[in-house]
Design a protein around this ligand. Structure first.
Ligand SMILES: [Zn+2]
Length: 486
């Protein structure tokens, strides 16, 4: 058995004014063949899962490049083509292979390529031929396209949001592809297109028990795998929206897979807006936090989450907290490499006049001008997220009265408390902690939080699904149009 594995991933917010070249991949995460660490980094789960199975099962593993760029705007054509061709050349060199495994995201858009993953999978299929098994792991926030499903034998998406299961799903993928290559199973995919922009969190109901039931349905009655492609609404592409993928064992179970996909898809549609949490406006959120007895209350600035391809430099909540100077609070991490450089040059303990944040988008607030005390600095703010480590680059914490602000040089979301604590910010002493993250913060912050609430600070992410100015999306698409299934 000869297996090839590679990873090429980012999530593209086509509305974001942040552009991605090859350098953005090389700076964020770029591992040429054989250099991938033992720990996976979100979309590179198959690299690690395949290595582990190669050791136990004794197959020959050929590693290609694994790379990731922090979610942002459009990827340049040259960046996508050069990375794709690099991986395809590595695949050609490894031929003949029985299995090709990819760690992808599923929402990567490059200039000239609305479906990068479909393009990559189709090229890989053309190289390995119809008999080899082609498998891919996707982030659930993907655009599941016909081209991807046709080119791959097995697609497995993360089930959990926050994405606590990226390595487990990679293990599922490797396992299914090995069984398929040994002809123990014959994967057949069925897709139900919900024709809607939806999404749910698995840290709360109804998503939690839905995913538990999904898992219980797998591995029995001819059903091999179930994935919900939630979709990624911040992309103007034909396939934007929620889809359910069910993989059955053998042609005979295809009808069952299609029926199950539709049943699950209709269940998601039946939740309507009930699938998501309430979003507090800034003042309302502060009032709510003050009304609660314990602390800290964690407020998630969902629509300024770098993980959604936006800058992460919105000052809307900084301004709101500065209007309440009596509240012990912390906010982070705001992306501002220039302000970080000033703080690091000034040094810990320095009192300086600093301008920070509010530069990347008109909905991100205005830059804040304040006299700050530099509380902590670091050459590299490296924080854990499940089995992976994420770098926020050189960083600083500054204090304005009762408010601590973490500033970072690399755009990355606030995955876990060390974003604050590594810079000397004591979260237990804070009434309010604002994190720049949609929901990935949840697993690590929930244990230290008295309560978690979600914010609507007005952007810059296109959060109002009824008003996103799509030009390419397949219509009808709810909530822009009435849902044809309801
Ligand atoms: Zn995701």
């Amino acid at each position: 058995m000869r297996v090839f594995v590679a990873s090429l991933a980012t999530e593209t917010n086509t509305f974001a004014p942040l552009f991605v070249d090859r350098g953005a991949f090389e700076e964020a995460f770029y591992c040429p063949p054989g250099t991938h660490p033992e720990t996976p980094t979100l979309c590179s789960g198959p690299m690690v899962a395949a290595r582990r199975r190669a050791r136990t099962d004794g197959f020959a593993l050929f590693e290609g490049t694994a790379t990731w760029a922090e979610p942002a705007g459009l990827v340049s054509q040259a960046a996508y083509e050069s990375l794709r061709d690099e991986i395809l050349d590595q695949l050609r060199a490894a031929m003949p292979v029985d299995i090709v495994l990819f760690g992808l995201h599923g929402a990567m858009v490059a200039r000239g390529y609305d479906d990068c993953e479909g393009d990559l999978l189709a090229h890989a299929r053309a190289i390995v031929g119809p008999k080899a098994i082609v498998g891919a792991e996707l982030d659930m926030h993907c655009h599941l396209t016909d081209q991807m499903v046709e080119a791959a034998d097995v697609i497995v998406a993360f089930k959990e949001f926050p994405h606590t299961d990226f390595l487990e799903r990679a293990e599922d993928l490797v396992d299914l592809c090995l069984k398929a290559a040994r002809r123990e199973i014959a994967p057949e995919s069925a897709v139900f297109d919900c024709r809607a922009i939806t999404g749910f969190m698995t840290s709360r109901e109804p998503g939690r028990s839905f995913v538990d039931r999904m898992k219980a349905l797998e591995g029995r009655d001819g059903i091999l795998s179930i994935s919900v492609a939630h979709g990624f609404q911040a992309a103007d592409v034909y396939d934007v929206g929620t889809k359910v993928l069910v993989i059955a064992d053998g042609e005979a179970n295809r009808g069952k897979a299609a029926a199950l996909a539709e049943q699950l898809g209709r269940e998601i549609l039946s939740w309507g807006a009930g699938g998501g949490p309430y979003h507090y406006k800034p003042e309302e959120a502060i009032e709510q936090a003050l009304a609660e007895i314990g602390q800290p209350v964690v407020l998630a600035d969902r629509w300024d989450n770098p993980g959604g391809g936006v800058a992460g430099d919105s000052t809307v909540m900084v301004e709101a907290l500065l209007r309440h100077p009596e509240i012990p609070a912390a906010i982070g991490a705001l992306w501002d490499p220039v302000a970080v450089a000033f703080c690091r040059a000034a040094g810990v303990g320095a009192e300086i006049d600093l301008r920070f944040g509010g530069k990347a988008a008109p909905t991100s607030g205005k830059p804040v001008d304040a006299r700050v005390v530099v509380r902590g600095i670091t050459d590299d703010l490296l924080v854990p997220f499940e089995q992976s480590w994420v770098s926020l680059g050189p960083a600083a914490a500054v204090t304005i009265g009762n408010l601590d602000v973490v500033l970072a040089s690399t755009r990355a979301q606030t995955f876990s408390p060390p974003v604050f604590t590594d810079l000397g910010v004591d979260l237990a002493a804070k009434k309010i902690v604002v994190v720049k993250s949609s929901n990935h913060f949840h697993a690590a912050f929930a244990p230290i939080a008295h309560k978690v609430h979600y914010l609507d600070t007005g952007g810059p992410y296109p959060s109002d699904t009824a008003k996103i100015p799509y030009t390419k999306a397949r219509r009808p698409l709810a909530p822009l149009d009435p849902n044809p299934w309801l």
